[in-house]
Unconditional design. Structure first.
Length: 208
């Protein structure tokens, strides 16, 4: 895959993930009654947390700290969430108002994590771990900031979607499929599985 295609697909997925997760984090903050500063902090950390964690693990200065682009899109997501809340205030309590953009962010960021992992020439497990951390890291950070046990560790079929998407990405690349197409496959798999999990209330088994 040439560098132009790599750059393009990464940037597209990254922008989608940044805006979607900033919206999700901001909605969480609004539901918890945080002020404007708290909404902004939670929105930004949800958007940037996973990517920063990923970049540190591949021994790279986080992309969010090297350019203004990531922060600009994250702030746009915060602003968008506030506007949506003002316009659809009654519907904001509907869980799908948060879960749908969250599914979009999860699929996009899982894909960026897989792309970065592939470019870093890590193993199969490295791709799965980095893709999953990129996808769920921001949500974990936002839950911790709100004083909650991260939902990904409790009862939601969430991180599993990232794992399955990362495996699909790896198999696609291993099969000789162009990484751009493999990235689209990864994103589509994560999104579709997450939507199915929401609609049918999929959960992993508990032992208590």
């Amino acid at each position: 895959m040439n560098i132009i295609n790599f750059f393009d697909i990464f940037q597209i997925m990254n922008i989608i993930g940044l805006i979607a997760f900033a919206v999700v984090g901001s909605f969480k903050a609004i539901k918890e009654g945080l002020d404007l500063f708290g909404i902004t902090v939670l929105g930004i950390m949800t958007a940037l947390g996973g990517g920063i964690t990923r970049d540190i693990l591949v021994n790279s200065v986080p992309t969010a700290l090297k350019s203004m682009t990531d922060m600009i899109f994250a702030l746009f997501g915060v602003w968008l969430a506030i506007v949506l809340y003002k316009v659809f205030k009654g519907e904001i309590r509907n869980k799908f108002f948060i879960l749908i953009p969250d599914a979009i962010g999860l699929s996009a960021f899982t894909t960026t994590g897989a792309i970065i992992a592939y470019n870093a020439d890590v193993s199969f497990f490295g791709i799965v771990i980095l893709a999953t951390l990129t996808g769920v890291g921001g949500g974990i950070i936002s839950d911790i900031l709100l004083g909650k046990v991260p939902s990904v560790l409790r009862d939601d079929f969430y991180a599993s979607c990232s794992i399955i998407g990362a495996v699909a990405f790896y198999i696609s690349v291993l099969s000789g499929i162009d990484i751009t197409i493999a990235s689209v496959i990864c994103s589509a798999v994560v999104f579709m599985i997450r939507i199915l999990a929401i609609l049918y209330n999929w959960q992993l088994p508990k032992f208590s």
